[in-house]
Design a binder for this molecule. Structure first.
Ligand code: SIN
Length: 306
């Protein structure tokens, strides 16, 4: 490993650095690959996959807010058969060394299990996120991710069906995220990804209607970083599961902050909307910023520092 001061090892994932684009912010990598060499990434998380292809929610689906973005894509995606038959093979052919994380979003436990089984057929899937936290669909998503018993059972059945480690992606739209984190842990999750977006609303003063076609959307970006940090830190106090931190990261300093709160790796989401080169820029900045703060390697700051 060329620069192993950035290296991070997680279940299923030997990462040369801890930075990966969050699900839905780089789709299947094809557009990003026109801007930079995807091999610089620690990993890449593909867009959440449902059984059937989905056209998504009514447009507009994204709007900028103060300090963040609202999205309501409605789990738009090409469906699991296309993902396994075309999108993942494209990544495997063009970036055979890149660890890829799948993402499953079902509307019943059975659907999650089927998606996990199908994603397991792709040779380049190293781990799978169970997205039980999409705020933009009427069924599934939050309805699963806010109920501890459902999260435990769903995780348990998916773990039994999977040959690769599973990470459960948690919603912040709940009173106590710890309950759901512990439910995922009891279900056998290998790790947690946290946090997904917070439900928000933006109103167009001209039309006097919501700016997004679906009404509400999920808020991401710098505005949510303090909440992500607080929730990661809270979960870190009660669980030793690896945490992939996500929520408002746009600089190498943010990466270190999230790791000091208790994360083991990070995902970059909304920053990719502003600048598709965010991930490579953050990765390139990391050694200099680590030098500045006297950090020799990331292992030193993994897990809670306080
Ligand atoms: C969406 O597709 O609406 C966003 C996915 C998510 O927030 O999990």
């Amino acid at each position: 490993m060329a620069n192993n001061r950035l290296a991070v090892k997680l279940p299923g994932l030997e990462l040369k650095n801890p930075v990966m684009p969050a699900s839905g912010t780089c789709w299947y990598g094809q557009e990003f690959a026109q801007n930079f060499d995807l091999n610089v990434l620690g990993s890449l998380v593909i867009k959440s996959t449902t059984i059937q292809p989905r056209d998504g929610n009514p447009k507009p689906r994204t709007t900028e807010t103060t300090g963040g973005w609202l999205n309501s894509n409605g789990l738009q995606n090409v469906g699991v058969d296309q993902v396994v038959g075309a999108k993942l093979p494209w990544l495997a052919t063009n970036f055979p060394q890149l660890p890829v994380i799948g993402s499953a979003a079902g509307f019943s436990i059975e659907e999650y299990v089927t998606i996990v089984q199908k994603l397991n057929h792709a040779p380049n899937i190293n781990a799978i996120e169970l997205n039980v936290s999409c705020p933009n669909v009427a069924h599934g998503g939050l309805a699963f991710g806010t109920d501890p018993q459902t999260v435990e059972e769903l995780t348990k059945q998916c773990v039994a069906a999977s040959q690769v480690p599973l990470y459960v992606k948690l919603t912040p739209n709940i009173t106590d995220i710890v309950e759901i984190a512990l439910a995922a842990q009891r279900g056998g999750a290998a790790g947690l990804t946290m946090i997904n977006t917070l439900t928000g609303l933006s109103i167009d003063l001209n039309t006097r209607k919501p700016a997004l076609g679906n009404g509400t959307g999920g808020l991401s970006g710098p505005a949510i970083k303090p909440m992500a940090l607080a929730m990661i830190h809270k979960v870190r106090q009660v669980s030793e599961l690896p945490i992939i931190g996500v929520g408002g990261i746009s600089s190498a300093e943010d990466v270190l902050e999230m790791m000091m709160a208790g994360a083991n790796a990070v995902q970059v989401g909304a920053a990719n909307y502003h600048d598709p080169l965010s991930c490579p820029k953050i990765i390139a900045q990391l050694p200099t910023v680590m030098d500045f703060y006297g950090i020799d390697n990331l292992a030193q700051i993994q897990g809670a520092q306080f």
